[in-house]
Write a protein that binds this ligand. Structure first.
Ligand code: GDP
Ligand code: MG
Length: 437
């Protein structure tokens, strides 16, 4: 009946309160597992979850989401922030601007050089030059040639010459002469860190003084990526990271690990073998991917969007002063309706989900309450005391309900106001709480 249903719908308005040690422990266990599954370095995962725990404890929880769900959202935002950082644009001030590629063999340097040239060509830089400084394998020069042809960008190479510094300098001279405004230098990698390779790339960097040194790393190498990044960074102090092969089923935990360990921004991601498969790095999307809990994150976002903190505070004040009236009530109902199906929402409330599984809560409960309130005059809404028997009769007629329904709502509303006043006295179950995030 209506009164039962009403009572139930009020339970929905009452959240579980604050994030407690228990919620945190439970959720962070899942989060840590997700991070490790995504190949995030163990230490990084631990430090990260400890930080999040400190932030989350004591936070207020929005009524319609579970504390655990809010935790996931906090974790997500923290992840995105950690991987974000300020300007991650390329520095392209030089004339010509010089971009140096570094990374292990097979990480995707040559492919990425072509992708970047292609992207810059379409954007602000009209005229890039690719430079072949992987001089050890003849096939490497050919490969860059093919890449250049595919994207319609010239390639500078000196087959037979093994002096990469000389080749790079010659290429830059040619770029100046021919008006190339950006020079992308593709270099040789090794299968593992190797002193000779490091010496060579360091010498190259020193000689050409690049505007941007990029470290290219295969996202699928997971844990190893961190060590490699660290060694390259110690030696080169690179400016940014390119994470390739994100089109595979890797969750991309390397992004977080690398970012944490070397504190350099991830600037681009590679998402395929084709020249178009390049993307600017989006911390937000990567956080979704690493956590693999995108549904929860968007659920919480949706909920947060619908509840306006200021409005919630106003409401609380009204409740304290026992001024909560039918207009506020109507407002709350409309908020709930905006969030979607009532039963779905109710099912998200901790402890309530299983109980209401078989109960028929449909939105018509809210509809008849709405109808009743809509049939009240503004004066009646703000001052329910004046609603006497004849007014109730009029309201019932106007709303297409019965006098009994109206009476029940009036009684329920009265009880609710009393309850609300009691409840707001205790700090952890405010009506319509907002996460103070
Ligand atoms: P390099 O040795 O660092 O120059 O690496 P390459 O550019 O030659 O790339 C090595 C292999 O990885 C090639 O087969 C590329 O086609 C492939 N590759 C590079 N980037 C990506 C990517 O983002 N996604 C996928 N699926 N393959 C890639
Ligand atoms: Mg190569």
């Amino acid at each position: 009946n209506l009164s039962d249903r009403l009572e139930r719908s009020f339970k929905i308005l009452k959240g579980e309160g604050k994030i407690t040690e228990i919620n945190v422990a439970e959720t962070l266990k899942d989060v840590r597992r997700a991070l490790l599954d995504a190949d995030v370095n163990y230490k990084v995962a631990k430090t990260f979850t400890d930080t999040v725990k400190q932030k989350a404890l004591g936070m207020n929880v929005l009524t319609v989401v579970k504390p655990g769900q809010l935790m996931v959202k906090i974790v997500h935002d923290e992840l995105a922030e950690l991987m974000g950082g300020k300007a991650s644009d390329l520095h392209l001030d030089g004339k010509p601007a010089i971009i140096l590629m570094s990374g292990l063999q097979g990480s995707g340097k040559t492919t990425f050089s072509g992708k970047l040239a292609n992207m810059l060509k379409a954007k602000n830089r009209k005229n890039p030059l690719l430079v072949a400084c992987d001089v050890y394998r003849p096939a490497a020069i050919e490969q860059l040639g093919v890449v250049g042809q595919t994207v319609g960008v010239p390639v500078y190479s000196e087959p037979g010459n093994k002096d990469v510094v000389a080749i790079a300098n010659n290429a830059i001279r040619e770029a100046r002469a021919k008006g190339n405004d950006v020079v992308i230098i593709d270099t040789a990698g090794r299968l593992a860190i190797d002193e000779q390779m490091m010496d060579e790339i360091a010498a190259l960097k020193q000689a050409v003084n690049p505007d941007e040194t990029l470290f290219v790393v295969d996202a699928m190498t997971g844990q190893d990526a961190v060590n490699t990044a660290k060694e390259f960074n110690d030696r080169l102090d690179f400016d940014g990271v390119v994470l390739t092969k994100l089109d595979g089923d890797t969750r991309g935990g390397a992004a977080l690990s690398i970012r944490t360990v070397v504190t350099k921004p991830i600037k681009f991601v590679g998402t395929g073998e084709k020249m178009e498969a390049i993307d600017v790095f989006h911390p937000d999307r990567m956080a979704d991917r690493i956590l693999g809990m995108g549904d929860i994150v968007s659920l919480v976002e949706r909920a947060q969007e619908q509840f306006d903190e200021k409005q919630a505070k106003e409401l609380e004040k009204k409740i304290r002063k026992n001024q909560f009236d039918f207009s506020d009530f109507l407002n709350q109902i409309q908020q709930i309706k905006k969030m979607g199906n009532l039963k779905d929402l109710a099912a998200m409330i901790p402890g309530l989900g299983s109980k209401i599984k078989d109960i028929d809560i449909d939105d018509s409960v809210l509809k008849s309450i709405e109808a009743i309130i809509n049939s009240m005059t503004p004066k009646e809404r703000s001052n329910p005391k004046i609603i006497n028997q004849s007014r109730r009769m009029r309201i019932a007629k106007g709303s297409g309900t019965t006098l009994q329904d109206v009476n029940r709502l009036m009684k329920q509303f009265d009880q609710m106001r009393t309850m609300m006043k009691l409840v707001t006295g205790t700090s952890n179950s405010k009506m319509m709480q907002m996460a103070n995030a």
